[in-house]
Write a protein that binds this ligand. Sequence first.
Ligand code: CA
Length: 232
Amino acid sequence: MKLPRVLIVEDESAIAELVAVNLRHNGFAPIWAESGDAAQRELDAVLPDVILLDWMLPGHSGVALARKWRSDPRTKAVPILMLTARSDEPDKVAGLDAGADDYITKPFSAQELLARIRAVLRRRAPEQVTDSVTIGALVLDAATHRVSFNGQQLKMGPTEFKLLHYFMKHSERVHSRAQLLDKVWGDHVFIEERTVDVHVKRLREALSGAGSMIETVRGAGYRLTAQAQAAA
Ligand code: CA
């Protein structure tokens, strides 16, 4: 399993080291950048799963960096957790306005920091924290992007994978096309509901023997059920 990468942007080495040690001991891969420029080089090379961004940095303010990364298509989806020594409300609001997902006020406990990191990961990238889902003989591993049925690897496109992941996490429930568009495709309002049917068809084909687990519920939508598998 790939460890979630956490980019620590912090000029104070004592704080950065303490945070890095705690992250390493708790299943994360920390990378330290001591300035905005160093952080930018890291981001250009490999995208992290979370950025821990100090408010006060030499050269750039954390808020300016948050705003810049949020407006860059490459980094805009990476969760940003701001570290701030200031506790007054206007600054927190400025950080959140700039696109930070959350903030944490120094001094903070390691447990609090880990909880906040897990929370932003869960919100922004749920596949990072829930690694695999199993329904009957169907297994989806989100960390490796693999799906298998009866131990046999199945190949599918990225949209079918996301759709299956959503179905498996919410199995036995009926989802309307509009709900699926909202949850799986996100805010792309220009996609027609018929698109869902196209991808469900492709997903069934990709699932082959397990295809019957995706049921059409007339007039309502689709559901993934473990029952059909037993009958098939
Ligand atoms: Ca600082």
